[in-house]
Each structure stands twice: as C-alpha cells, then as structure tokens.
Ligand binder design. Structure first.
Ligand code: DP6
Length: 338
C-alpha cells in the first residue's frame, strides 16, 4: 500500500539533549516547542511484498538529492531499523520505497530532522495499515520517539506541543499545549554558513552525560517545562523569552563541556545573539534560541517581523532567512510523490 504524510519541523523552547534510556529514546525532561510553517517534509512510502532492499531518497528544495544508506550508520540507520520494527509489527515480509521532499534546502543544517522523521514514521505506519499506531496522535508520537527522535515526536500534534518525559515507552508521548491559532508568534530562522556537524546529534545525546554540567542541567530543568507551558497558555512573552533563551544557552553549555566537546554555535551565532539581547533590553519582545547548529531562531510576535527582517538583512553573517508562523502537526495527504 502507498501513503503520504506531511509534517513540520519545530523549534524547542525547553530542549531535549541527552537520554535517560537510549534504547527507548526517553529524554531526561519534558520538552516543548512550536511547529514551523515553512519547514516541512512531504513523504510518500510504498510497501511491497518480498525481501528486496529498502530504498530511501530525500530531495531538498535546492534540487539536491541524497540516497540514505543503512551502512552510513547513525541517523540513517535508524530509518532502516524503523522499517524492521514495522516488519515485526505487521508480521509481513515487506520492503519499502520512500521519497521525502523537503521544502527547505538539504545542506543548510536547518532545524532538525524532526520534519523528516515524523513524516516518515507516519507514512510508513499508514502504508502498513497499522491503524492502532497511526490513527491516534499519542500512539503515533510514541512511534516517532522510539524510531529515534523525541524532538520529531513533538511535530505530530498541532501548534504548540510538549513531549512528556515519562518513565517508560507508554508514558512518553506528545500533548498539545495550544493549537496553531492560539498565539501568532513567528520564528525567523537566520541561516548562517552551514558546516558539517563534527558530532552528530545522535552521538551528542550519548555524550551529554559526560559533561560535568549535565547533572546541574537536570536539576535546573525541574519545573521549567511547566513554567514555559503556562507562559504559552497565558501568552506571557516575557516569561517565555526568559526561560527559552536561558534553556538554549544552558543546553549549549552542556554540549561544549561534553567529552569530546560539541561546538555547534559559530561567531555569527554569538554576534546575532548579542544584537537580539540588546533589542530586548531596549523594549522589543524578541528572543533567540539555537538547536544543534549555528542557525539563529528568532522568536517574536508577528507584528515585529519587519524589524527583525531588516536587522537580519544588515547582518554580515546571515546568508538568508526563513519566515515561519506556527503550524499544524502531521497530516495525511493523497498527493503522492510517485
Ligand atoms: C538540540 O536528535 O532531534 O534540536 O534532528 O539532528 O536536530 P537533529 O537531532 P535531534 O536532537 C536535537 C535536539 C535539539 C533540541 C530539541 O529540538 O529539543
């Protein structure tokens, strides 16, 4: 059977870094985020009977195309392992053809694999007709998490969401905090020159516990997801800004002090950070947050977009920017790619 899913990337406020359980992909903390309207994966999966090798291809908006290979290990291998899981769940000898089209450039290190992983898992489960796993957002998010991506699990539901830390596979799942119409924040991503990550995020999650600051981060995180959740519900920008920006820096402190160290920020990232902090000190509602890469995610109410665009156009480190509003989560479509 053939199925197509479309899913957004997301930007986290309280972030996932490090896991309590690497087999079940259980994060240390509950994390939360908003879905991004301009960074989607559109993925078609067809399953055939037989034992041929799976084929997975990703297309970027820049025309670049990559074939994902199991032998590459790391995140690539996780996709094939997830197909193995679906073979087990459906008790069928099947192989897959997968094409995933991104609406953002492939090589820019934009956002995370959240869009790709959530669309992939949703489409595979539907193609396999595993209704008990894809018809409920909760079950689907557990599958996305265990496929290897707790951050992608947040993309399953609409608008502003959280992935509960939980204690085991059954209670670490997505919950919507508020839908995409609740609060018109935007995330303007300043894309800086990408460099290939020296430490993949998959490895980074394993290294997190080697940082002497990880224990401090875990203590620090107590109560923070709830504060951010309430700030979203109350549209309290100042609290969201304070706790989100602090969490991003806190996470990067752990990254930079793991062994080996993972440096994802660049000179340009810090330059933009300082300017955004200065703008906030002058009274503008704006803050900045970084995932595992140099690109700056600038969050502000929609009415401030022009001010931020102007600022980014004048900054020497910015190659281009991507404007995102808050979007729905994973949806299914009949618009198959092949
Ligand atoms: C730092 O395992 O999601 O973005 O897909 O490569 O970005 P990528 O890695 P992933 O870990 C990155 C997590 C984070 C924070 C977050 O989104 O919670």
């Amino acid at each position: 059977m053939k199925a197509t899913a479309i899913s957004p990337a997301n930007i986290a406020f309280i972030k996932y870094w490090g896991r309590r359980n690497h087999d079940l992909f259980l994060p240390y903390t509950t994390t939360n985020s908003m879905n991004l309207s301009a960074c989607n994966a559109h993925t078609t999966v067809e399953l055939f009977e037989g034992d041929k090798i799976d084929s997975i291809i990703i297309l970027g908006s820049d025309g670049k195309e990559i074939e994902i290979k199991r032998e590459n290990g790391d995140k690539d291998e996780l996709l094939f392992k997830y197909l193995d899981r679906v073979r087990e769940l459906s008790k069928k000898k099947i192989y897959a053809k997968v094409i995933s089209q991104l609406n953002f450039p492939l090589g820019a290190g934009i956002a995370s694999s959240a869009a790709g992983m959530s669309a992939f898992v949703a489409a595979v489960l539907k193609a396999a007709d595993l209704k008990e796993y894809f018809e409920s957002k909760i079950e689907l998010s557990k599958e996305v998490r265990i496929s290897g991506s707790p951050s992608a699990a947040r993309s399953v539901d609409d608008g502003y969401t959280e992935l509960l830390a939980g204690d085991d596979h059954n209670d670490s799942y997505v919950r919507m905090i508020a839908d995409e119409n609740h609060w018109d924040l935007v995330d303007i991503i300043a894309v800086l020159n990408p460099e290939k990550k020296k430490i993949s995020t998959n490895l980074g999650h394993k290294l997190a516990s080697s940082s002497p600051f990880m224990d401090a981060r875990i203590k620090y995180l107590e109560g923070k997801p709830e504060i951010v959740r309430d700030a979203i519900l109350n549209k309290d920008f100042k609290t969201l800004a304070e706790y989100s920006e602090a969490d991003s820096i806190n996470m990067h402190a752990v990254m930079m002090t793991s062994n080996p160290a993972a440096y994802y920020l660049s000179a340009g990232s810090l330059d933009i950070l300082k300017s955004i902090v200065a703008m906030r000190e002058e009274g503008l509602d704006v803050f900045i947050t970084f995932d595992a890469g140099p690109n700056a995610h600038i969050i502000t109410p929609k009415k401030n977009s022009e001010i931020i665009n102007k600022f980014l156009q004048s900054n020497q480190f910015v190659k281009y920017s991507i404007y995102n509003e808050v979007s729905k989560g994973t949806t299914y479509s009949d618009n198959h790619l092949f």
